[in-house]
Write a protein of this length. Structure first.
Length: 296
C-alpha cells in the first residue's frame, strides 16, 4: 500500500514536469444538469477508445447533496452513448474506487452509509449491469481500499484495516471469491498465540462474518483473568472473556463472556493442565453472552 502510494506520487511528479499538451477538442460536461456537488471522478478505458466516467453526485433533481454513484459511457470521440445512470441504490453512498479489466468490464466499489456496508456492482463495456449490486462486507468498511484489475480478467481489492493489509479477489462478474483473503502485510502474528487466563486456561475464537469470510480473533489481555478479542480492527472490541477461580465456592473454574457483535463465532477455552476444552458458539445474527459457573 505504501509503495503503491509512493509510485503514484512519483508518477504524478513526472506528469507535472512534462510540458503542457494542447487539448484535443473542446472541454465538455460529463453529467447533465441539474446536478450538484459532483466529486471523486474516475475515468475507465473500456476498449476501442471508448471510456466510462464514474463519479459521486447529488440525487437528481430532487434532494440536493444526497450522495449517489453515477456512470456515463462515451465513444472514442467523447460523444455520450446515452445519459448517465445511477449505480448505487436510493441510499446515501460514497464512491471508493473503480477498475476496468482487459475486456472492458468494470467494477464500481462504494460505501453504503445507510447500512455501514461495502458494496459493489459490475458492468459490461457497454454499461450493461452484470447482475445486481453485491454486498462485499456486511458490517465492515475498511478505512483504506484500492481496487484493480487482474491478469485473469477478474479484480483484486486491497484493504487496510487495523494491523494488516489484505488482498481479496473477484471474478470477472464482480463476485467475491469464497474463503479468507491473502495477507499482504501484517504487524501482528498470522497465527496469534492464545491468551492465558489465570496462568492455566487458553482461549481462542474462530469467526465467520456475514459474507462467509473466516478468521481468528486477536486477543488483548486486560488482567490475569480477563481480556477481549477483536476481529476486523484493534479499535473495535467484539467479545469480552473472563475466567475466574470459583473453587472456594463450588469447586469449579468459571467462564464468562460478553458478545458485542452479531457475527458468528466459536469461543474455545482449553485447560492446559488437563487438555479439556469447552466450546461456546454464537450463531450469526445473535448477541449471545453466557456465564458458565461449572466450566472446569
Amino acid at each position: 500500500m505504501r509503495s503503491s502510494l509512493v509510485a503514484k506520487a512519483v508518477a504524478l511528479l513526472g506528469l507535472l514536469a512534462l510540458p503542457a499538451l494542447p487539448a484535443r477538442g473542446q472541454v465538455w460536461r460529463l453529467d447533465t444538469p441539474p446536478a450538484c456537488q459532483e466529486r471523486a471522478p474516475e475515468v475507465l478505458a473500456v476498449g476501442g477508445g471508448a471510456f466510462a466516467a464514474v463519479w459521486q453526485g447529488g440525487a437528481e433533481p430532487a434532494a440536493v447533496g444526497e450522495p449517489r454513484i453515477f456512470v456515463r459511457l462515451f465513444d472514442p470521440h467523447g460523444v455520450p452513448r446515452g445519459p448517465e445512470f445511477q449505480v448505487s441504490g436510493d441510499y446515501d453512498a460514497v464512491l471508493l474506487d473503480a477498475a476496468v479489466n482487459a475486456e472492458g468490464r468494470f467494477l464500481v466499489l462504494w460505501h453504503d452509509l445507510l447500512r455501514g456496508q461495502l458494496r459493489s456492482r459490475a458492468f459490461s463495456a457497454t454499461g450493461q449491469p452484470l447482475g445486481a449490486e453485491k454486498v462485499v462486507f456486511f458490517d465492515f468498511v475498511p478505512p483504506g481500499v484500492a481496487l484493480t484489475a487482474t491478469n485473469d480478467g477478474g479484480f483484486a481489492l486491497v484493504t487496510a484495516a487495523g494491523l494488516s493489509v489484505d488482498l481479496w479477489r473477484f471474478d470477472s462478474l464482480g463476485q467475491l471469491h469464497a474463503g479468507p483473503p491473502t495477507e499482504v502485510e501484517s504487524w501482528a502474528s498470522v497465527a496469534p498465540e492464545p491468551p492465558t487466563f489465570d496462568g492455566r486456561f487458553e482461549a481462542r475464537i474462530e469467526w465467520t462474518d456475514h459474507a462467509g469470510n473466516t478468521g481468528e480473533g486477536r486477543a488483548i489481555s486486560l488482567s490475569n483473568d480477563s481480556g477481549y478479542f477483536w476481529f476486523f480492527g484493534p479499535e473495535n472490541v467484539e467479545v469480552m472473556v473472563k475466567v475466574l477461580d470459583g473453587r472456594a465456592v463450588n469447586g469449579r473454574f468459571w467462564i464468562f463472556y460478553e458478545a458485542l457483535t452479531d457475527v458468528e463465532y466459536t469461543l474455545l477455552v482449553r485447560d492446559t493442565e488437563t487438555d479439556e476444552v469447552k466450546t461456546y458458539h454464537n450463531p450469526a445474527g445473535q448477541l449471545r453472552s453466557h456465564a458458565d459457573t461449572a466450566a472446569f
